[in-house]
Structures are given as C-alpha cells and as structure tokens.
Design a protein around this ligand. Structure first.
Ligand SMILES: Cc1cc2nc3c(=O)[nH]c(=O)nc-3n(C[C@H](O)[C@H](O)[C@H](O)COP(=O)(O)OP(=O)(O)OC[C@H]3O[C@@H](n4cnc5c(N)ncnc54)[C@H](O)[C@@H]3O)c2cc1C
Length: 220
C-alpha cells in the first residue's frame, strides 16, 4: 500500500482539511514509476506516485486523524532521526579528512601540519560536535515529552546544512581524491543533497522557525 496524505474537498465533510489514505498499489489509476538517473541516494529506489482518477472506498481513510496532526506526527519522527543521521554523515567526512590529512605529504610534511588545513579540520570538528549536541538535546527533550515541532525543524535544517558544509570542506582536504568513491566523502555529499530537500526542505523549515519566532506565517 501507499500511505497518501491529501487535502480533501473544501466543500466536503472535512472542509478541505488533510486526511490520510491507504491506497493499495494495485488500485486502478495508481502507479509508482521509478525515478532513474539519480546521482544521490543511488542505493535506494525512489518512485514518483501517480494517481490518475483513483477512486477509493470510505474505509481507505485513516480514522480520526483530521488536519496536519497526522502527517506531522509521522514526519516529526523521521525529521528527528535525520538530525542524528546528518551528524553521522558529517562525522564520517570529518574523520576521512582527518586521516587523509595525516597521511598525505606535500612540501615534505603532512598536509595536516599546514595552518590552513588545521583550520579546516578544526572548523569541521566544531560543527560536527555542535550539531551532535543539538541532536542530543532534542533527544533529551523527546524523552521528557517536551519536544516541540519548531525544535525539530531547527535540528533538521541546521544539522543537514552543517553536514553539507562539512562534506564540502572534507572534499577539499582530500584534493582530487575527494571526487572518487574510493573515499566516503562525495557519496555522503551527494546523498546529503537529497536530505537537504526531503523531510521538509531547508526553506520550509526556515519558514516554520520564522513563524515560531515572529508569530507570523510566511506560507502562502
Ligand atoms: C531521494 C528522495 C526521496 C524522497 N522520498 C519521499 C517520500 O518517501 N515521501 C514523500 O512524500 N516525499 C519524498 N520525497 C519528496 C520530497 O519530500 C520533496 O522533493 C520535497 O518536499 C520538495 O518538494 P518538491 O521537490 O516538489 O519541490 P518544490 O515544492 O517544487 O520546491 C522547489 C524549491 O522551492 C522552495 N519552496 C517551495 N515552496 C516555498 C515557499 N512557500 N517558500 C519558500 N521556498 C519554497 C523549496 O524549498 C525548494 O527549494 C523524496 C525526495 C527525494 C529527493
């Protein structure tokens, strides 16, 4: 089945509010063609969901959940996890760069001995540790039952952006080797481009935070 969250008819009983639908994938008009030529998250299949005149019985509607509470309760779980996963990707890139910088010799010394490389490594380390602390903090908030949606946006938005910055910096430390999949960095970097967009784009999480601090919605 596909679980589809969709806005209902504005003149219907749910007055245009979002409801969840369980759609059997063999329903007439439903198809999920695979998206080809991806250069990000290549190990998993990504499909477009096409619904052309799909009709469903009333029991396909997920009961009781009306409005954004349903999808948000699912999305919050995934986005919470992503804020940790991004730290893992960032740490892998930082550690690859640190190891490489200690081994790669130029001008008779490891590139880790150059001040510019040390600055890159230190800034990467600080960013990874800072993001990990944010993830740890929201984890504790979740355990305490006090985690708010904008805090998840904070962690998802900032940790993924942080991880992309770290991946790009690590890529530069590896020089030309950084563009090959012999090292994990460019794989993480390309995968993080998907993570930047899915589970709430960086822009949309920015708007959620903007609304939280100003009280004004910038969504159209
Ligand atoms: C690998 C992968 C797997 C995915 N898996 C799933 C999945 O399992 N389930 C699922 O539902 N979706 C999935 N997605 C889809 C993903 O959630 C969407 O791509 C994402 O929400 C952005 O939607 P869009 O691509 O239509 O971009 P658009 O909505 O067209 O946005 C394009 C750009 O405009 C910006 N933008 C849009 N509206 C505004 C606004 N009001 N203000 C400012 N900027 C705005 C966006 O942030 C983005 O930068 C997946 C995507 C990828 C890449």
């Amino acid at each position: 089945v596909a679980v589809v969250w969709a806005r209902t008819d504005p003149d219907g009983p749910d007055a245009g509010k979002v409801r969840g639908f369980v759609v059997p994938t063999d329903t007439a008009g439903f198809s999920a063609p695979e998206i080809h030529r991806k250069v990000s998250l290549r190990a998993s299949v990504t499909s477009e969901l096409v619904m052309d005149g799909v009709r469903l019985p009333a029991e396909a509607v997920l009961p009781e959940v009306v409005g954004m509470r349903g999808p948000l309760s699912c999305l919050n779980e995934a986005r919470f996890g992503i804020s940790f996963g991004a730290c893992g990707a960032a740490r892998a890139c930082y550690e690859a760069a640190l190891a490489y910088a200690g081994e790669r010799v130029q001008f008779d010394q490891p590139i880790a001995a150059f001040q510019l490389t040390q600055r890159k490594l230190v800034e990467m380390m600080v960013k990874v540790q800072r993001g990990t602390l944010v993830a740890l903090h929201i984890g504790r908030r979740k355990d305490a039952g006090t985690l708010a949606t904008p805090q998840i946006s904070f962690a998802k938005k900032d940790n993924v952006a942080m991880a992309l910055e770290v991946a790009r910096e690590a890529r530069s430390v590896l020089g030309a080797n950084g563009i090959t999949t012999e090292y994990p960095v460019i794989r993480h970097m390309n995968n993080l481009e998907s993570v930047y967009t899915y589970e709430g784009t960086n822009e949309v999480h920015t708007l959620i935070l903007g609304q939280a601090i100003t009280g004004l919605s910038a969504f159209s």
